[in-house]
Design a protein around this ligand. Structure first.
Ligand code: PA5
Length: 466
């Protein structure tokens, strides 16, 4: 495995501040200073409870030595034995694996010849669109496929329905050895999948009880698919540990996640900045924006504080790909309501250099591009967008990844997770539950006739008739 460059990611908040974007729309440094005590309390609470409750993810960079060894052994076996690796999971059990694969492997990984890939093709099936399952079956041969069923609860209808489909198919196609095609990633004790694993002898990886779905990318949920596809998971964990070291202190100006948390808290609570746009200027990072959207939305969108007071907290996360969405969403960002903060994800050095040839000399508005590179063009477009927003008094910030590699991604994941935990503290909400997604499940259970939901079924059927 090639050595990964260990450089820190950098957060530049200049265009968030009133001395740059103006007093009407920017944040005053005094305002941040005024929150120093609350910020320190948030940092202390998280630090004191590390590794416990729902903060198990804080320890993942340090406590997985044997797990990483087992993941690497199993990943090597999977690479040897299978042509395709299919993740069955949804939400926190899918978005991380998708984001990391897109960021760290070839952008057309599945289309590469096997010898260039070095691992099986990867599919992450995070939806139950019937056409999608049928389409998957058209491109894989289950006899040569390993399925990684990822569900912490073991009760997620979407994932378990996929499990039922796949296990039946495997039994038909490979007979007695069907269970060798399934790897389960689930809770250590609770849920159906752990029981099924014991019954059928599946290979199992565990999601610690203290790690919730959307905070699970750095445990086997994310590490196994990444290792199967040849990603340096040790470097990911080292990157996370490096970010953790930067987030140890309670000085808001020195701890990057704490600073970001305070800025976003001020945006939400004091400035009506209710939309958080993540704008990566790199295709490799586009699904990191999706991963972040879940983390931010599901963690912070809450209607009750920890003390039981009614509230409606949260900030709507939006994914916007640079430069593509300059041609669709940017108009809104420069001229629409003053309710957005734009976070650029900038790449220092791309992994490819694409020169633009000279030509079209008769057309000066094309010819000027000749002799430049796509690398120069994409950064000029990012800077141009940043400056255009600045000229309109719009807040933005930049997170620079010196390069996109396993180490910088580990830092970015941990940075966002820690920021989210701090914002949860500042808002005094439970950032680790998701009660708002329970009612759709109950309605779906009722509609499909799950025992125990008879009353709700009657209510729903009456309502749906109208
Ligand atoms: O963040 C969360 O907890 C959720 O998004 C879950 O990851 C998602 O609902 C899937 O749950 P499970 O892993 O239990 O199937």
């Amino acid at each position: 495995m090639a050595k990964v460059n260990h450089e820190p990611i950098v957060l530049d908040i200049n265009h968030m501040m009133s001395d740059v974007v103006g007093f009407q729309y920017g944040i005053d440094a005094d305002h941040v200073d005024g929150m120093a005590q609350a910020a320190a309390a948030a940092q202390h609470n998280v630090a004191q409870n590390r590794g416990t409750g729902w903060l198990g993810w804080t320890e993942l960079p340090y406590n997985q030595k044997e797990i990483v060894e087992k993941i690497e052994t199993v990943a090597a076996r999977v690479r040897n034995e299978f042509d395709a690796f299919v993740v069955l999971g949804i939400g926190g059990s899918a978005l991380g694996p998708i984001a990391i694969q897109q960021a760290l492997n070839h952008l057309h990984y599945n289309e590469l010849p096997a010898e260039k890939r070095g691992g099986p093709r990867l599919y992450v099936e995070d939806n139950i669109d019937p056409e999608r399952m049928a389409a998957l079956m058209d491109v894989i041969d289950v006899k040569h496929t390993c399925f990684n069923v990822i569900t912490k609860s073991g009760a997620t209808a979407e994932t378990m329905s996929q499990y039922l489909t796949v296990s039946e198919l495997l039994k038909k196609e490979v007979g007695d050895k069907w269970a060798e095609h399934i790897i389960a990633t689930t809770d250590t004790e609770k849920g159906n999948l752990i029981k099924l694993s014991k019954e059928h002898g599946f290979e199992v990886f565990y999601i610690p009880a203290t790690v919730g779905g959307r905070f699970s990318e750095l445990c086997p949920v994310g590490l196994l698919p990444a290792a199967v596809c040849g990603i340096d998971i040790r470097a990911m964990l080292e990157g996370a540990a490096a970010m953790d070291a930067r987030c140890k202190g309670d000085d808001v100006w020195k701890n990057p996640a704490l600073l970001e948390a305070v800025l976003q808290y001020i945006c939400m609570e004091d400035m009506g900045i209710n939309v958080q746009v993540t704008m990566p200027y790199a295709d490799s990072l586009k699904y990191m924006a999706d991963w972040f959207c879940q983390l931010w939305a599901e963690s912070l969108g809450k209607n009750v504080t920890r003390k039981g007071m009614a509230c409606n907290h949260g900030q709507t996360p939006v994914k916007s790909l640079g430069v593509t969405d300059q041609h669709s969403q940017l108009q809104l960002y420069t001229e629409g309501p003053y309710d957005k903060c734009i976070t650029f994800l900038k790449v220092g050095e791309f992994r490819a250099e694409s020169p633009i040839p000279h030509g079209c000399e008769e057309f000066p508005d094309v010819a000027f591009l000749g002799g430049k590179s796509l690398n120069q063009l994409i950064e000029a477009e990012r800077q141009g967008t940043e400056y255009a927003l600045y000229k309109k008094g719009r807040m933005s910030q930049v997170i620079t990844l010196p390069e996109v590699n396993a180490y910088t991604l580990g830092q970015l994941i941990y940075f966002y997770e820690m920021t989210t935990a701090y914002v949860g503290e500042l808002l005094d909400i439970d950032a680790f539950n998701q009660p708002g997604v329970e009612s759709y499940k109950k309605n779906m259970f009722a509609l499909l006739g799950k025992p125990g939901y008879e009353d709700r079924k009657a209510e729903l059927e009456a309502a749906l008739k109208d």
